[in-house]
Design a protein around this ligand. Structure first.
Ligand code: HEC
Length: 123
């Protein structure tokens, strides 16, 4: 009886991993592409230009007007809040900040902001 149960559980576990594996690896690939595009936008001097004010790992000649962008998951457990911050939601705006409201002022598109958020969230 006990043996049968273990076998059944093992079979279920194998079946679940077999089903899950292809799905998760393709999602991972899509995500890696989005993260790479987000990094390009963030580093681009004519688009995100985050390096003008923020130290970002791997970035050259960073400015120090804003805080270093590190440990973002820890500081923003809620990813949506990080997006709102970059988008420029008025409630999250620091008074007299130099941080441009990228979405509210249409500096970047919604899609570009999504990509940058995915990248920043890996830092
Ligand atoms: C002109 C300077 C400037 C640029 C360009 C800039 N920022 Fe900022 N940023 C700031 C300043 C100053 C702050 C701190 C005050 C505040 O929160 O507004 C800040 C704060 C932030 C925060 C909050 C950090 C924390 O510790 O909570 C995030 C996230 C952020 N910036 C992301 C970005 C991203 C992503 C870009 C590029 C798309 C960018 N910033 C471009 C000046 C800038």
């Amino acid at each position: 009886m006990k043996n049968k149960l273990i076998h059944a559980l093992a079979a279920t576990a194998v079946a679940t991993t077999m089903m899950a594996a292809p799905a998760s690896s393709s999602a991972g690939e899509v995500n890696a592409k989005v993260v790479a595009e987000g990094k390009k936008l963030a580093f681009s001097r004519s688009q995100g230009n985050c390096l003008a004010c923020h130290m970002i790992k791997g970035g050259t000649l960073p400015g120090n007007i804003g805080p270093a962008l590190i440990a973002m998951k820890l500081r923003y457990p809620d990813k949506q809040k990080l997006r709102d911050k970059i988008w420029g939601t008025p409630e999250l705006e620091v008074k007299y900040t130099m941080m441009p409201p990228f979405g509210r002022h249409a500096i970047l598109s919604e899609e570009q902001i999504d990509k940058i958020v995915e990248y920043i969230y890996t830092l």
